[in-house]
Ligand binder design. Structure first.
Ligand SMILES: Nc1ncnc2c1ncn2[C@@H]1O[C@H](COP(=O)(O)OP(=O)(O)O)[C@@H](O)[C@H]1O
Ligand SMILES: O=C(CO)[C@@H](O)[C@H](O)COP(=O)(O)O
Length: 502
């Protein structure tokens, strides 16, 4: 038998999948790691935790499956995007990684627009948001000059893990797009952007495609993980690009809804013709020479995890989420906005914070859980509205990520979007996408479409219920007003809190 491994380097955990040639998940394992938030708006992880977690998860995977290491023909990766890993000339990590949901870089995003303006958007096809990598590099340059002076190169989270498994430093294209230092149409580092911010081009590592075979596992990593030294290693992709492949989003008019730590509505783009003027993110796909656009809710699964950790740490996730059945549509008049770490789409606003609106003495815990589930999906509806304004209407969305485990949440998606929601056999889209990259890289399939036909299977389709759709559209009208009416209030509260921390 022959197998591939997909490594999904998420924000909350690394998840590894062992997949056979029929696309069956033979075994899976995962390892959690911590997130450090030393100051408001900061979000960091220790790259060593990713390597240790991946090593342990692979050991468990091989032990659980009884598969012989030599039968694992290939391995590839899906990685949380944008995180800055700075390396010195000896490839040593210089500081903790600054993650995608770290919003300390508002000043640098403003600097970028002031310096390059529209030209920046033309090259990168994105606005310079706090989460992207370039503002993080500039933050280190300005605030930690001693560290920056030692930096020889930088990589992204999954590229670092791949380096530790192979000894080769590269950056893969779909992730490189999320640095906003790439000319995404030319697929080259932008010397214009590097020059504008006085960054040496030598900082930017060599680019590879998702399916590029970068070599095999080093003897050291083989000894630590139990993998064979013969296993071929492929570039991998940004987690949303991999999620799209794992959800079978390989053609126009298909769309995905992902609830991981962040939340994403994404569609495939065949070329660079469409222009969302930076309102949506626009990146190179893990499918060579193709693209995707997406809107991002910064705290989707994270809002729910925060609620559970804070108020019900001992409940199981299934029980906690399931208890929202005891509430009703609109959570007895309670609305939640999921801006608990700021927002990206449709409001590029690092200072906004979340709200519960309509708190009433009659409400119970189930209403608060329900309001959080609904508020997250309302924020996705905001993204779908941008697509609709640009003439894109999707018949159905494929739902993936940890949030797709909940039948209640899937029905809420169908009702708030008024669209069919597809649940797949495996909700682990990014990990499956990573395994599919290895399968295509190995030549098991001529292209991703062939691999999708073999590997992806629908489990259930959730259809919108007309009465629920009508009721939710009334609540959505109120939800749409909350951002404007809470923006100043939450900014004042944040300023008071920040002053208190100093
Ligand atoms: N049983 C469940 N039902 C609904 N949502 C869940 C469940 N378990 C976890 N989640 C949500 O899934 C999120 C994690 O999803 P995952 O795709 O693993 O994220 P990441 O890739 O960012 O680590 C959590 O933040 C949580 O809100
Ligand atoms: O910043 C983005 C996309 O631009 C996030 O989607 C990250 O890529 C993290 O993903 P998850 O950990 O939520 O899967």
């Amino acid at each position: 038998m022959k197998y591939v491994i997909g490594v999904d380097l998420g924000t909350s955990a690394v998840k590894v999948l062992l997949v056979d040639q029929q696309g069956q998940v033979v075994a899976q394992a995962s390892e959690d790691y911590p997130l450090q938030q030393p100051e408001p708006g900061y979000s960091e992880q220790n790259p060593e935790d990713w390597v240790t977690g991946t090593t342990t998860a692979i050991q468990q995977l091989l032990a659980n499956s009884q598969v012989k290491p030599g039968e694992v023909e290939g391995i590839s990766y899906s990685g949380q995007m944008h995180g800055l890993v700075l390396l010195d000339a000896d490839q040593q990590v210089l500081r903790p990684a600054i993650l995608w949901n770290d919003t300390r870089t508002t000043a640098q995003t403003q600097e970028i627009m002031a310096n390059m303006g529209q030209r920046f958007i033309e090259i990168t096809r994105n606005r310079p948001l706090e989460g992207f990598t370039l503002p993080k590099l500039l933050w280190v340059k300005e605030n930690e000059p001693g560290i920056f002076a030692k930096a020889a190169t930088f990589v992204l989270p999954k590229d670092y893990v791949r380096y530790r498994m192979t000894g080769k430093i590269n950056m893969e294209m779909s992730d490189a797009a999320g640095t906003v230092m790439l000319d995404i149409a030319k697929k080259q580092w932008s010397d214009e952007i590097c020059a504008a911010f006085d960054l040496p081009l030598s900082l930017c590592p060599p680019l590879i495609e998702a399916t590029t075979n970068v070599g095999t596992i080093t003897p050291k990593f083989a000894a630590e993980s139990g993998l064979a030294e013969t296993t071929a290693v492929f570039g991998g992709g940004a987690d949303n690009a991999c999620g799209a492949i794992g959800a079978g989003i390989t053609k126009p008019d298909q769309a995905m809804c992902s609830i991981g730590t962040s939340g994403v509505i994404l569609t495939y783009e065949p070329d660079t013709q469409v222009d969302y003027h930076g309102q949506l993110h626009f990146f190179n796909h893990a499918i060579t020479d193709r693209f995707y656009s997406m809107g991002v809710t910064l705290a989707a699964g994270y809002s729910l995890s925060w609620l559970k950790k804070t108020f019900a740490p001992d409940d199981s996730f299934d029980d906690f989420v399931g208890s929202a059945e005891q509430s009703t549509i609109g959570a007895h008049g309670l609305l939640f906005t999921p801006y608990i770490v700021g927002e990206r789409t449709p409001y590029a606003d690092a200072k906004i914070r979340g709200s519960f609106i309509g708190v009433d003495g009659k409400q119970v815990r189930a209403d608060f859980i329900r309001a959080v589930l609904e508020g997250i999906v309302f924020s996705f509806r905001d993204i779908l509205e941008i697509y609709a304004e640009n003439g894109k209407d999707f018949k159905q969305l494929v739902s993936i990520g940890g949030g797709a485990k909940s039948p209640l949440w899937l029905q809420i998606q169908a009702d708030i979007f008024n669209k069919d929601i597809v649940r797949l056999e495996s909700e682990q889209g990014p990990g499956m996408g990573a395994a599919m990259i290895a399968a295509v890289g190995l030549g098991w399939f001529a292209n991703f479409d062939e691999c999708v036909d073999k590997f992806i299977a629908i489990k259930t389709i959730y259809h919108p219920i007309a009465a629920n759709v009508a009721r939710y559209s009334e609540f959505y009208k109120v939800y749409q007003q909350v951002y404007g009416q809470t923006k100043d209030l939450t900014a004042q509260l944040l300023a008071l809190e920040e002053a208190d921390q100093k």
